[in-house]
Ligand binder design. Structure first.
Ligand code: FEO
Length: 166
């Protein structure tokens, strides 16, 4: 096999992490829509699709090495959100965990002189910088604009615009 069992296991785990992230964002999008946050619903729906793309990138990488990727079982995401802000806090926490898990795979790949996996994951390193920045930027809006109904409406409008740049 072209990569080690250890790196393969970590990449398969990453496939599951991306799949679960996609599922979580879809659940948040659904909650947002029925609670009147149409902009946020679009934002999270688009972000769910991005996470699916991340999962597909890893599957494709393994397949190009003629390795069968493990397609994971999806965990049931939370159906109810405490608030729009809390959904973003959880999202940021998830993204920080994703960054750590990408770092872990890179460390393993480097230890094994697996340059192709190391190089392949560079894209994910940059993506995580963007994603953490995005969720931190949105969370700051709650401090800057506020948390009352009018402020949430403004934030929802901002999210509708932001979705096109995510
Ligand atoms: Fe695929 Fe948001 O990390």
């Amino acid at each position: 096999m072209k990569i080690s069992e250890n790196v393969l296991q970590l990449l398969n785990e990453q496939i599951a992490i991306e799949a679960n992230a996609s599922s979580y964002y879809l659940s948040v999008a659904s909650w947002c829509k029925v609670n009147g946050y149409d902009g946020a619903a679009c934002f999270f729906r688009a972000h769910s699709a991005e996470e699916r793309d991340h999962m597909l990138k890893i599957i494709q990488y393994l397949n190009e090495l003629r390795i069968h990727a493990t397609i994971p079982q999806i965990e049931q995401p939370p159906q109810e959100m405490e608030s729009l802000e809390q959904a973003f806090k959880t999202a940021l926490q998830n993204e920080q965990n994703v960054t750590k898990s990408i770092d872990k795979i890179i460390n393993a790949a480097q230890e094994e002189n697996d340059h192709r996996t190391d190089t392949f994951l560079e894209w994910f390193v940059n993506e995580q910088i963007e994603e953490e920045d995005l969720f931190e930027t949105v969370l700051q809006k709650f401090d800057v604009i506020g948390r009352d109904k009018l402020a949430l409406h403004e934030i929802d409008k901002i999210l509708d615009k932001l979705k096109t740049t995510t």
